[in-house]
Design a protein around this ligand. Structure first.
Ligand SMILES: Nc1ncnc2c1ncn2[C@@H]1O[C@H](COP(=O)(O)OP(=O)(O)OP(=O)(O)O)[C@@H](O)[C@H]1O
Length: 252
């Protein structure tokens, strides 16, 4: 499924938080959104998910404006994992993940064994299958993060939007979530602060001061000029024994 944004703008109390942002993410691509704190990444993701209505421009899903689609219909295609998503206290892990199936249930379509299987698989995918009965409020920050990702996976979205999904995770779970995300045959837009991890995306978009200042192949957009201008750092390029390129950063 193709997701695109045309000239998106967003303002709060007279402050412009997003200005003239246009982008297109092709089906199956993993698009990394990077940029300094406060550059507008979360604001943009919320507009792309249809959770906030743009003050200017529009978001298109396979050419159709999100503004014309019902929330339930959007939720059947797009899942968003927010940074500080909260969930009611007395709810078990499996119930949280099962919420991902909500957009598909109705008076005519009740819960089936297939829904159970989808929820089970999502729990396995994020390595939470051994905690299904645990109450939400007893989970650590990283465990909560993984449960929220599982809920989004259970939604079986065609487009998955992830806002810093690795920020609470230990290094093993960071790597496995990023690997999982890259292997999903769906469109993924993911915000990341680790620029070396971002290099593994198919394409990157760089946000700076509410604008998308560059978009394209990682090596084409993460130039030393861009790192200096947008992130205020310099980078040294290192090559590992197996030929992988890594950046080491220091103050500009
Ligand atoms: N409701 C609001 N009212 C006023 N300012 C807001 C509001 N929401 C966001 N902002 C401001 O808009 C800017 C962009 O915020 P946003 O959360 O989109 O940035 P971000 O790139 O996701 O940052 P981070 O990397 O820190 O998560 C920030 O300066 C933030 O303080």
């Amino acid at each position: 499924m193709n997701l695109s944004a045309e000239n998106l703008g967003w303002r709060v109390h007279g402050h412009t938080l997003l200005e003239n942002v246009s982008l297109e993410v092709a089906p199956g691509q993993t698009f990394g959104l990077i940029g300094p704190n406060g550059s507008g990444k979360t604001t943009l993701l919320r507009l792309l998910a249809g959770l906030s209505k743009p003050k200017a421009g529009r978001v298109l899903l396979d050419g159709k404006s999100l503004a014309r689609m019902r929330q339930r219909h959007i939720a059947q295609s797009i899942a968003l994992v927010e940074q500080q998503a909260e969930t009611t206290d007395r709810i078990q892990v499996r119930q949280v993940v099962a919420l991902g199936r909500t957009p598909f249930l109705s008076a005519l379509r009740s819960w089936t064994e297939e829904d159970d299987a989808i929820v089970d698989q999502a729990l396995v995918d994020v390595d939470m299958a051994n905690m299904t009965g645990r109450l939400w409020h007893t989970l650590s920050g990283g465990e909560r993060q993984r449960v929220h990702i599982a809920r989004a996976l259970a939604q079986q979205p065609k487009i998955l939007l992830l806002d810093e999904p690795t920020n609470h995770l230990d290094i093993r779970h960071q790597l496995s979530i990023l690997e999982l995300v890259r292997q999903l045959p769906i469109t993924v837009i993911i915000t990341l602060h680790d620029l070396n991890q971002a290099m593994a995306c198919d394409r990157l978009g760089i946000m700076d001061g509410g604008q998308l200042v560059a978009a394209g192949k990682p090596q084409a957009v993460l130039t030393s000029e861009r790192l200096q201008q947008t992130f205020g750092v310099q980078a040294e390029l290192l090559t590992t024994a197996n030929g992988e390129r890594l950046m080491r950063f220091y103050h500009a």
